[in-house]
Each structure stands twice: as structure tokens, then as C-alpha cells.
Write a protein that binds this ligand. Structure first.
Ligand code: MCN
Ligand code: MOS
Length: 762
């Protein structure tokens, strides 16, 4: 598709069903009426229930597990411990790196974090399992733990994260204007409404797993490797997901426990984590520390950036939260250095939470640039324009598209930025101090190859199938739009079926890549289906178009005719009947023809085959600018966000209504991150003390003001087949620094530790 074609397609967007139309979520009615069945809602005959027993210490050895009382409790079928659970194989990691020869035991004797699974009770009912789990007595030999980053250790360098050019230290030392500060973000959690868990059922050596999942094929591979069965024997089902935010892409220890229990008992097992377990069974966003030093000349031009970052990781697992990812590309600078370390603490391995890396990275650099602007007495928006990066300063490549200047302009205009007074504490409304802040954000365009099946059925309806998923982003809807537009049928005629690993394969839904990958695949598969239909219509002797002096036909509104409109016209159903066809089906993919079957398998079950965002001649990213107004109570220090205007560049939008909703969701999460969210660790036992939705503070409607989003994107032919860039994670990036900068403008107080709570302000 050329840029010209895309613009043409864009101009069609008044039509709801077309790509670019504001079609409401096609899965909405099923969710509202309860017709949508989530993974745990499967009613299976003979279903049993498993409940986990977690460690109450952060580090040490399990010296004994007394299961006698639990074993004889009513309804109990099994009590599993490290000694009694079946052996599993180790599974490869998400890069597909080969597993070790060692066996894998998802229940532990060596505790490395509080809440780690030690035992599991399986019973006839959930209540019986809960009651019996409380009877399991674990004794420990406790050892000292490192519970968070507060000991100040520098940890282990991650050399692969180092980015350097020029002579950064010397240039910083010589710069006439310098700022240097440390910024911290706490451990944060994805806190999806739907908890983690699964139902596992074995039939012979066939395993079916109903589990909310951002990556059916990747997780199916893990189960297959754990149990030593062929990949095809594992079926993962995940038609709807109550939020993932990065937390649901991997099969985890509790998943292994449930699947093993089902195999051992020969009965299906349901295991759903309770809310506190949701805070310890998979990783939240790692706590981070970073220092950003910027040296500039008197006109505000950056001469050097020196950046050092640290994130927490687990004792027995590695997570890197790349803190230099935005730092290295946002501004033009002749000298740059960014290095990253990790510190091992006694926690579950941290994980992906919406925009891992970019999110905390932007908090550092976007606050630091505000500090520099204040130091120089330059407007913070002007400061960003002075240092605008005309190309990727790190990769030294042209941007595929970068509408960030347009975002600054459109956002400033809509917000009324020109009316901002420069001095902190200079705007007020009664006893409320008013502050206006700005920050930019970005997220790379992650690209991968996709596959989809598109079927045209005898009645003229269309089915799209893919093992990709919709956790609320809108996949069902945009794929229906893509198929409808490509095939020329009304969107109501299209049904999209997702969330079953036996459908056409799909890679991970992470890194905001799925929409680009899957619209590309569906566009291709639907195009093949259409070509076949038209080919048959012209060549099959039974077709009413047979012998027509035309070399193509046009399908519009579900009707097929010659493009000039001078011949006969039929509905697709009439043509299918004439052709005697039950269906026309095509499996289309964007996978390179040169790929071997193994490379194809790895394309869907690992992240190793994804295309780098700086591949070829371009550097591909989404961009945004957030303008925020806060009101700070002068007496109490309470901060309310009263207005947000954000202008965002995600390239061409497949569905602006859904993209806006995604951006707003991200912005709301950013408000939570700025003002509320913080996982608090008990220093004695390493326990997350606010591991529940009452004490882990998340924003509610009352915390969220009117949010205006403005799309400034243009089609980006280098980022995806249809010209879109990533949407899902972009919105959160830059929100927390925009709020922190607004709080500084309101109060004159710079808070560099999230969240910005009132005791830090007074
Ligand atoms: N879209 C669009 N135009 C584009 C790109 C996307 O209109 N050019 C819209 C579509 O509606 C698409 C959605 O935005 O379905 C997201 O597309 P994309 O940016 O490709 O992101 P993914 O589909 O890969 O979704 C994953 C992304 C991530 S990584 C997290 S984390 C996240 C997010 O999406 N978690 C979410 N959004 C979420 N939204 C909900 N409701 N729940 C989550 O858990
Ligand atoms: Mo998103 S944090 O990449 O699933």
C-alpha cells in the first residue's frame, strides 16, 4: 500500500466500518449483557479447586511443611508440596533460549520472596480448599533479606544498556549551565480487575488451559515444554480478558501448579489467585532510581546529558527496566552517556507494566528538562523546541515520522499555554495554587509478522480468526473494520474470533504492536479471499459474471459488480450460491517467505523475531505532549489534576474512538502513578503490606478531570502495513513528569520521588 492509497483510505473514514471509522466496540454488547465468558467462567464437569500457600518470610529455607491437618480436612483431594508435586521440565525463556536440563518445581523449598508458593491444596470446592490451605503449617529457617532499593547499593551493571557518544563527562563539566538531580519511582502494580489464574484440563496427553493471556502461543509453548508434550497438544483459550497491562503474557509458577495438579488428579483444576497473591505471583513495575545531569549553554542548547539508572530485580530472576530509553532520543545533544545497573532484592521477578522503561525514563528526563528551563528562565515548552531532535540522536537515523512539534503546537493551543505566567507560585484561585506543566512522551514502534484466517461464508458473512487477543484495546473492532473495508462488506457481517491458540497463530500482545501486526495480516488475508472470490466469479462457468468482458470486479456493501457498473450485480450470497461454494477461505500472513518452519514457530512463540524499531533507514516511534493543570491546596498540600490536554502522534488511527480511549486510559494510569500508586514493603518480612485494591491506591473517577486528546499523527508507511504506529502504551508516558512539573509551577517545590503525596509538599 502506498502513502497515496493510505490517504485515500483515510478520507473514507466517515464510514464507520472503514478503517479509520469511529465504530464502537463490537464486543461491547456481549460484555455489558454478560454474554462474554471470561476464562474462569467455564463450567466444567468434575472441576476441582486449588488454593496456594505462600511464604510468610522474604528469604530462607523451608524446614518443614506439616500437611496432616489439611489432608484430612473435608473435601481435600491432594496437598501438593515440593516433595509431592510431579516433576516438570524447564521451559525456554521468551527469547526462545533453550531450557536447562534441570527439572522445574513451581513450589519452593528455598524462599526468595514473601508470598512465594510453597504448597497448594486441591479440594472439591473452593471453600474447602481455602479452609484446608489455612491448616498447612510451614516452618522456616529465616535469613536476612534485601527488601527494596533503599540500601543505596549500585548493584550489577547491565552493559548491554550502555549508550554513549561524544565526551559527555567533560562536556558536562564545561557547560555554563548545569542541572543534576535524582528521580525515584516506587514499585507499582498492574492491578487488573480480573485476577490471574486458570482452569487446566487434561484429556490423555491433550491439555486445555482457560487462562487470561496476552500471548496464547507463547504460553502454550511453555506448557508444552513443562510437560514434554507437542505444542499442538496444548490449547489455550482466552476470549476476553479483564485487563492485563503487561502482566498476563507469561505462564507463571501458579499456572504450572494448576496444570500439574490437573494431571496428577486426572480432573480439571481451577486456580485463581486471591487479591494479595496478585501482588506477589507475578512482577509489578520495578522500583527505579536515576540521576539525570544536563549541561547546556546560556541559550538553553543542551551540550551533554549524563544519565545513570538503577532498577530492582529479583534474587533469582532478571528484569531490566531500561531507564535510558527516552533519555537517549528525546533531545538533540552532541554528548551523551546512559548506563544502567540492577540491584537484586527479595521480590518476585518484576515485569512489564504499560510502557516498561519508557515510562520511568520519561519521568527522569522530562523533569530534568523542566529544571533546566527554570534555571535558565526559559519557558519549558520553548526549551523543548530549542533542543528538538531532528533525527534519532542515538541511532543517527531519520525519524519515520515525528509529529512532536505539531503535538506541542496543537496541545499548547488547546490548553492556552501562552497565558501561563513564568514564575512558580504565581497563579492561584483562592487558597488553591495553580500550576501548569508540560512533558513529552514517546514509545517505539515494535513490529512483528502476523497471520490471520479470513473466511467468506455462503450467506455473505465473514469470519476472521486469530489466536491474538483483546484485553480491552479494541482488537475485535479494528480487525472487523479491516476485513469489512478490504472485502467490501458491511461490518455487521463480520465476526472476529480471537483468543484460541488453535486459530491462526499470533505473537505477543505487548509493546503496543498487535494492532499494526494484525491489521496487516487481516488486510492481507482478506485481500487474498477477495482475489479468490473475484477470480472464481470471472472464471467459473457457473458464475453469472462468466464471460463478462472485465478483468476485475468490485465488491461494495456486500454486493459484487463490474467496476464500471455496466454489468449485472449480485450479492455475495447469490454469487456463492451460483458457484456452489460453502466458503472461500484464505490464511494470509506477513511472514517472510524465506522463513523456515522453526523460524515461523519462533515468530509466534518468542519475541526473538521481532523487528527492531531502528531497522533499515528509519527510527520509528509514537510521540506525545501532555499539558496538565494542577490545583494544590495551600494549607493541606493535596494535589488535584484539574485539566489535561494531550496531543499524540500514533500515525494513522485505525479507529480514533478506540485510540482516544486507549490514550485516556494511559493518561489515567499516569495520574495514578504521579499521585497515588506505591507498593509498600514491610521492612521486617519483605511483605507487600498494601497488596489489595483498598490500600493500593488507584485513581477513581473522582480523581480524573476532563481529558482532551488530539491526534496529530500522519500515516507512517515505515511503521505498519496500514500506516499506524503504537497507541496502547504511549498515553502513559510523560504524564507523571507533566504533573510533577505542574506541581513545581504551582508550589515552587520540586518533588522527585513518586508518588507526589501531600507530606512531600508541606
Ligand atoms: N489503535 C488505533 N490506531 C493505531 C493503533 C492502535 O486505533 N494506529 C487502537 C486500536 O483500537 C487497538 C488499540 O489502539 O486495538 C491498541 O493498539 P496497539 O497500540 O497496537 O496495542 P496492542 O493491541 O498491542 O495492545 C497492547 C497494549 C499494551 S502493551 C498494554 S500494556 C495495554 C494496552 O495495550 N494494556 C491494556 N492497552 C490496554 N487497554 C486495556 N483496556 N487493558 C489493558 O490491559
Ligand atoms: Mo504491554 S506492558 O507491553 O503488555
Amino acid at each position: 500500500m502506498t502513502v497515496h492509497d493510505m490517504k485515500h483510505a483515510g478520507s473514507d473514514s466517515a464510514r464507520l466500518e472503514a478503517v479509520g471509522g469511529r465504530l464502537s466496540r463490537v464486543d461491547g454488547p456481549a460484555k455489558i449483557t454478560g454474554a462474554a465468558h471470561y476464562a474462569f467462567e467455564q463450567q466444567l464437569e468434575g472441576l476441582t479447586h486449588a488454593v496456594l500457600v505462600g511464604a510468610t518470610i522474604a528469604a530462607g529455607k523451608v524446614t518443614g511443611i506439616d500437611t496432616r491437618a489439611a489432608e484430612t480436612a473435608p473435601g481435600v483431594l491432594a496437598v501438593l508440596t515440593p516433595d509431592t508435586i510431579m516433576d516438570l521440565n524447564s521451559a525456554s525463556d521468551w527469547f526462545g533460549r533453550q531450557p536447562s536440563e534441570e527439572t522445574y518445581c513451581p513450589l519452593v523449598r528455598e524462599v526468595t520472596f514473601s508470598g512465594q508458593h510453597i504448597a497448594a491444596v486441591v479440594a472439591e470446592t473452593f471453600e474447602q480448599a481455602v479452609a484446608a490451605a489455612a491448616l498447612v503449617k510451614v516452618s522456616y529457617d529465616e535469613t536476612p533479606a534485601v527488601v527494596d532499593l533503599s540500601d543505596g547499593s549500585d548493584g550489577i551493571p547491565v552493559d548491554a544498556m550502555t549508550k554513549e557518544w561524544g565526551d559527555p563527562e567533560a562536556a558536562f563539566a564545561e557547560a555554563p549551565v548545569r542541572v543534576c538531580a535524582a528521580y525515584n519511582t516506587p514499585r507499582e502494580f498492574q492491578a487488573a480487575m480480573e485476577p490471574h489464574g486458570l482452569i487446566a484440563r487434561w484429556e490423555g496427553d491433550q491439555l486445555t488451559i482457560w487462562e487470561p493471556s496476552q500471548w496464547l502461543d507463547g504460553m502454550a509453548r511453555t506448557y508444552a515444554e513443562w510437560f514434554g508434550v507437542p505444542f499442538e497438544n496444548v490449547r489455550l483459550v482466552s476470549p476476553y480478558i479483564g485487563g492485563g497491562f503487561g502482566s498476563k503474557a507469561l505462564a507463571l509458577a501458579h499456572s504450572a501448579v494448576a496444570a500439574a495438579a490437573a494431571k496428577m488428579l486426572g480432573r480439571p483444576v481451577k486456580l485463581v489467585l486471591n487479591r494479595p497473591q496478585n501482588f506477589t505471583s507475578y512482577g509489578g513495575r520495578a522500583a527505579t532510581r536515576q540521576t539525570v545531569a544536563i549541561g547546556a549553554d546560556k541559550a538553553g542548547r543542551i551540550q551533554s546529558i549524563v544519565h545513570r539508572g538503577v532498577n530492582e530485580t529479583a534474587v533469582d530472576g532478571m528484569w531490566v527496566e531500561p531507564l535510558g530509553s527516552v533519555t537517549s532520543i528525546m533531545y538533540a545533544t552532541p554528548n551523551f552517556s546512559s548506563k544502567q545497573n540492577v540491584v537484586r532484592v527479595n521480590t518476585v521477578v518484576p515485569g512489564a507494566k504499560r510502557a516498561p522503561g519508557e515510562n520511568p525514563s520519561a519521568f527522569g528526563i522530562e523533569c530534568a528538562i523542566d529544571e533546566l528551563a527554570h534555571e535558565l528562565g526559559i519557558d519549558p515548552l520553548e526549551m523543548r523546541l530549542i533542543n528538538y531532535a531532528e533525527q534519532d540522536p542515538h541511532a543517527k537515523k531519520a525519524w519515520s515520522t515525528r509529529q512532536l512539534r505539531e503535538a506541542f503546537a496543537a496541545g499548547a493551543e488547546a490548553f492556552g499555554w501562552a497565558k501561563r505566567s513564568r514564575e512558580p507560585r504565581s497563579m492561584r484561585d483562592g487558597h488553591q495554587l495553580i500550576g501548569w506543566g508540560v512533558a513529552a512522551g514517546t514509545y517505539p514502534v515494535r513490529r512483528a509478522y502476523g497471520e490471520a484466517v479470513v473466511k467468506l461464508l455462503a450467506d455473505g458473512s465473514v469470519e476472521v480468526e486469530s489466536s491474538s487477543i483483546d484485553m480491552g484495546q479494541g482488537t475485535y473492532t479494528i480487525l472487523a473494520q479491516t476485513a469489512a473495508e478490504t472485502l467490501g462488506v458491511p461490518v455487521e457481517k463480520v465476526s472476529v474470533r480471537l483468543g484460541d491458540s488453535h486459530f491462526a497463530r499470533a505473537g505477543v500482545t505487548g509493546g503496543s504492536r498487535l494492532a499494526g501486526v494484525m491489521t496487516g495480516a487481516v488486510y492481507k488475508a482478506a485481500g487474498q479471499t477477495l482475489d479468490e472470490l473475484i477470480g472464481l466469479a470471472l472464471s467459473d462457468p457457473r458464475s453469472p459474471f462468466h464471460g463478462l468482458q472485465a478483468n476485475t470486479l468490485q465488491v461494495k456493501g456486500g454486493r459484487i459488480a463490474s467496476p464500471r457498473g455496466d454489468g449485472p450485480e449480485f450479492s455475495i450470497a447469490e454469487l456463492m450460491r451460483a458457484l456452489g461454494r460453502e466458503k472461500i477461505e484464505a490464511k494470509g500472513d506477513t511472514v517472510p517467505a524465506s522463513f523456515t518452519p522453526e523460524q515461523r514457530y519462533n515468530n509466534y512463540t518468542t519475541i526473538a523475531m521481532a523487528l527492531p524499531h531502528t531497522e533499515g533507514d528509519y527510527s520509528r516511534h509514537s510521540w506525545c505532549a501532555h499539558f496538565v493543570e494542577v490545583r494544590v491546596d495551600e494549607d493541606f498540600g493535596t494535589v488535584r489534576v484539574s485539566r489535561v490536554v494531550s496531543a499524540l502522534d500514533s500515525g494513522r488511527l485505525y479507529n480514533p474512538k478506540l485510540a482516544e480511549s486507549q490514550w485516556k486510559g494511559g493518561i489515567i494510569m499516569g495520574i495514578g502513578q504521579a499521585l497515588l500508586e506505591e507498593g509498600i514493603v514491610d521492612r521486617r518480612h519483605g511483605r507487600i503490606v498494601n497488596g489489595n485494591l483498598a490500600d493500593y491506591m488507584l485513581p477513581t473517577n473522582a480523581d480524573i478531570p476532563d481529558i482532551q486528546t488530539i491526534s496529530v499523527g500522519i500515516p507512517d508507511p515505515h511503521s505498519s502495513a496500514l500506516g499506524g504506529k503504537g497507541v496502547g502504551e504511549l498515553g502513559i508516558v510523560g504524564v507523571a513528569p507533566a504533573i510533577a512539573n505542574a506541581v513545581f509551577h504551582a508550589t515552587g517545590k520540586r518533588v522527585r520521588d513518586l508518588p507526589i503525596t501531600l507530606e512531600k509538599l508541606i
